[in-house]
Design a protein around this ligand. Structure first.
Ligand code: SF4
Ligand code: SF4
Length: 282
């Protein structure tokens, strides 16, 4: 794994480089969506720099078209063409252009950190620290943080899954007239200490037999148990009987799980067996 990751980073460093930011990294897209006219960006001052020309040309702007800003750009873009997705705001072009401006005796910051709102097209226009978009983000982050908190507070320390099992027959008929279904129950102890669990039926007439109760489960562990659930034959409606079981933790907290028994009218039945017959037990 280390060799694989090392190889990937090496490949990225020697060949893929800025293409990772350009094509693979979602951050640039995300940032593009979040930006507004008050976001700090690296920008070229078109009003001052254009049209490019010789330093002594009266009709030309301050840009002398030396291309230094493009040469130093790790993303290979020309910032004079405007704000671009590929720009990683490294400010390499700012430093390069400032060096050029010093050499030709012009004011620095032809390329600089600024905002669209602070551009010379709107002189004197202030840049508000908090915009409407800021409030929207604050509201969204607060809502998400609140949901996370509620999720943490309401976090169930027991996870239970119940799945009906079938060994060729959908259900079995017992000699006493009851219908038997077999279930696999997965119980996960999400608490930070070992816990003991018991289980009982929460539906009148439905009996649950689970070998090995109570279950002792170490923290963070999941165990699979088999449960044999039986109900009177006449309790089924169109072959189905919804029922519930309750998993009781040693501190008294309960977790209810709903499931459905299948009985007469729902599919093939196994040969009748008695309670004394060996059932599959874990
Ligand atoms: S800030 Fe960096 S990435 Fe952006 S245009 Fe300038 S040199 Fe290129
Ligand atoms: S480094 Fe400055 S002067 Fe040279 S091309 Fe870029 S913007 Fe123009």
């Amino acid at each position: 794994m280390f060799a694989l990751l090392g190889g990937l980073f090496f490949l990225d460093g020697i060949w893929f480089r800025e293409q990772l930011c350009e094509y693979a990294c979602p951050y640039a897209r995300f940032q593009g969506v979040m930006m507004d006219r008050s976001s700090l960006i690296v920008a070229y001052d078109k009003h001052r720099g254009d049209p490019p020309g010789k330093p002594r040309d009266e009709s030309a702007g301050d840009c002398i078209d030396c291309n230094r800003c493009v040469d130093v750009c790790p993303s290979g873009i020309d910032i004079r063409e405007g704000d671009q997705l590929q720009c990683i705001a490294c400010a390499g072009c700012v430093d390069a252009c400032n060096d050029v401006m010093v050499k030709i005796g012009k004011p620095q910051n032809l390329i600089r950190y600024t905002t669209q709102r602070d551009a010379p097209a709107a002189p004197g226009e202030s840049r508000p620290v908090v915009t409407r978009r800021t409030w929207v983000y604050i509201a969204a982050i607060t809502a998400m943080g609140g949901m996370l908190l509620v999720g943490l507070v309401q976090r169930n320390e027991v996870a239970v899954q119940i799945a009906r099992q079938s060994d060729g027959a959908i259900y079995r008929e017992l000699p006493d007239g009851r219908v038997l279904n077999q279930y696999a129950i997965h119980v996960t102890n999400k608490d930070t200490s070992a816990r003991s669990f018991d289980m009982r039926s929460a539906t009148d007439g439905v009996e649950v037999t689970v070998p090995g109760l109570p279950w002792d489960i170490a923290w963070g562990q999941q165990h699979r148990f088999q449960a044999f659930v039986s109900a009177p034959r006449d309790a089924f409606v169109e072959g189905r009987l919804p029922f519930a079981v309750v998993i009781v933790r040693d501190d008294g907290s309960e977790t209810r799980v709903d499931a459905v028994m299948l009985g007469p009218g729902s599919g093939p039945v196994a040969h009748a067996i008695s309670h004394a017959a060996p059932l599959e037990t874990p």
